[in-house]
Design a protein around this ligand. Structure first.
Ligand SMILES: [Fe+2]
Ligand SMILES: [Fe+2]
Length: 166
């Protein structure tokens, strides 16, 4: 289906897609958690029901993601950078703010959890950053190899044409 207009980054539809994605993604993890609890409570049939619907929520979430991050024009480098930026946002903005509020409200267990997860997000950001750098370096090496190959091929072809000329 073709859009009648190009969606801009801050259009209401983009915001709605992000909200819808968040809701479906949350439903997926929540139902998996409910399945775990239902199983621990001894209700395997209810656990299986939650797992089945959770699977469908993943499909719904992916459908929204396909519009938010279309494959056209996407590169692996861009994917790694988007992931890194998300983790950096959690590390530097989201968790510190949440931690401060939790402290003000005396919610000590939440303070501890936000702190711990900010650290884990920082680790994830570093992993994505390193992968992006490796990927960039690999791209340069590949470009170099491709240039060397093209050069060698040219030399061989020139040599061959010299031979056929003689
Ligand atoms: Fe859904
Ligand atoms: Fe993370």
């Amino acid at each position: 289906m073709k859009d009648t207009k190009e969606m801009t980054n801050n259009s209401q539809t983009i915001k709605n897609l992000e909200a819808a994605f968040a809701g479906e993604a949350m439903a997926n993890r929540k139902y998996l958690y409910f399945a775990k609890l239902a199983r621990e409570l001894g209700h395997e049939d209810v656990a299986a029901l939650f797992e089945d619907i959770a699977q469908q929520e993943t499909g719904h979430a992916f459908a929204h993601l396909q519009l938010l991050f279309p494959k056209d024009g996407m590169t692996v480098e861009k994917l790694l950078e988007l992931a890194r930026d998300g983790e950096l946002y959690e590390t530097n903005h989201m968790y510190p703010e949440f931690e401060q509020t939790a402290r003000q409200e005396g919610a000590e267990s939440a303070v501890a959890e936000f702190k711990e997860q900010a650290t884990e997000s920082a680790v994830h950001a570093t992993i994505f950053q390193k992968a992006a750098q490796r990927f960039k370096a690999l791209g340069k090496v590949e470009a170099l190899h491709a240039a060397e190959y093209a050069d060698a091929l040219k030399r061989v072809q020139q040599g061959m044409s010299l031979k056929t000329a003689s």
